[in-house]
Design a protein around this ligand. Structure first.
Ligand code: NCD
Ligand code: ZN
Ligand code: ZN
Length: 347
């Protein structure tokens, strides 16, 4: 007998689809299982204004496979020049769901990001007024701070002071990677939630560095030590509605990762649901999978949950995924979870 789990169609609350030929090549993998996704705005140049977001959304929709009802939910990239009125109009007209903070220099394509949070307080105050969510890449960029500590230090130096100053602001801590991130969310009074990626539930930093350097496991925030991975697993499978899936599937051409200074980002879109079913089964928590992938995020963003379903079926043989997805921008290496995956997801 095959084991099956049927859940509401999942949503991806943090996704990179890029643009041009890469967008064309990678979008079908997300549209296959996911109903909606929050699309990251870190293009070059970034998606800053309401008009940028509307144009980018149209490009995504044209890259969708025939008949797909996948809904891209757009974000605006916060700069020190962002106009609060444009942001409010984008939210009220449902062009953008959230604003994204990239501390300048923190991650891929973050050069136009924020250097001084004081310079964007006018935008954040406006967002707090209208209930628009602030999605945060939570790492400090201070070169004095060790890369493995940058998330924990961000919480202390940036996030906590900001939330004291503007408690009404709704904040999503994106792709948390530490026990500190989990504890901060569970200990907070309200107006905060966190997304967790697929890969941070599966790998710790040994995957990147032990026995040879493996660039396809390099992403930001970088994977931490095992105890942090276990804290993320505990949070994801706990049923706590403040934690939900944001895959952070972040495609780069393989040759941009397999090089002397490789890009950060892991491409998990094709096998995410198989990976998550594997993780939740290991944790004895398959019953919590639907909350994590299909309910908590929608509730946090004030959107209806999906009325469609997908079914995960446990196979007797491992499910085969291609090692790479070919795109017009070059081949992209698919996340290798280092364990056989037995759960297949229906479209
Ligand atoms: N996660 C990553 O390692 N990379 C992301 C950027 C990001 O989400 O920080 C990308 O755009 O490639
Ligand atoms: Zn990020
Ligand atoms: Zn990301």
């Amino acid at each position: 007998m095959t084991d099956t789990v049927t859940i509401r169609r999942p949503d991806d609350w943090h996704l990179h689809l890029r643009d041009g030929e890469m967008l064309e090549g990678v979008t079908p993998a997300s549209a296959r299982h996911f109903g909606r996704a929050i699309i990251m705005p870190n293009l070059v140049p970034p998606v800053v204004t309401k008009a940028d977001a509307a144009a980018y959304r149209a490009r995504i929709v044209s890259a969708l496979p025939e008949g797909s009802s996948f809904q891209p939910l757009m974000t605006l990239y916060l700069t020190e020049e962002t106009d609060p009125e444009d942001v409010a109009a984008a939210f009220e007209e449902k062009v953008a769901l959230a604003v994204k903070l990239y501390p300048a220099g923190a991650t891929t394509n973050s050069q136009s990001g924020v250097r001084d949070i004081d310079k964007v307080m006018n935008v954040l105050e406006r967002m707090a007024e209208i209930g628009m969510t602030f999605c945060v890449h939570g790492e400090v960029t201070d070169p004095e701070v060790d890369i493995f500590d940058r998330e924990a230090v961000f919480i202390e130096r940036v996030l906590e002071p900001l939330r004291e100053r503007l408690p009404q602001l709704r904040v999503t801590m994106e792709h948390i990677t530490t026990q500190n991130g989990v504890d901060y969310v569970t200990g907070a009074d309200g107006n905060i939630a966190a997304s967790i990626t697929t890969h941070h539930l599966m790998i710790n930093r040994n995957a990147i560095l032990a026995g040879g350097i493996r660039p396809h496991y390099y992403c930001l925030p970088v994977a931490k030590r095992e105890r942090h991975r276990l804290a993320l697993r505990q949070a994801a499978t706990s049923g706590d509605p403040r934690f939900f899936l944001g895959t952070d599937s972040a495609p780069h051409p393989t040759d941009a990762k397999e090089t002397a200074c490789g890009c950060a980002g892991i491409f998990t879109a094709p096998n995410t649901m198989s990976c998550l079913a594997h993780v939740f089964e290991e944790e004895g928590a398959l019953g919590q999978l639907e909350g994590f992938t299909s309910r908590h995020g929608a509730e946090w963003y004030g959107l209806p949950v999906s009325e469609e379903t997908i079914t995960l079926a446990k196979q007797t043989e491992p499910v085969a995924y291609p090692a790479t997805v070919e795109t017009g921008a070059g081949p992209v290496t698919v996340f290798d979870p280092m364990v056989p995956l037995y759960w297949a997801a229906s479209a």
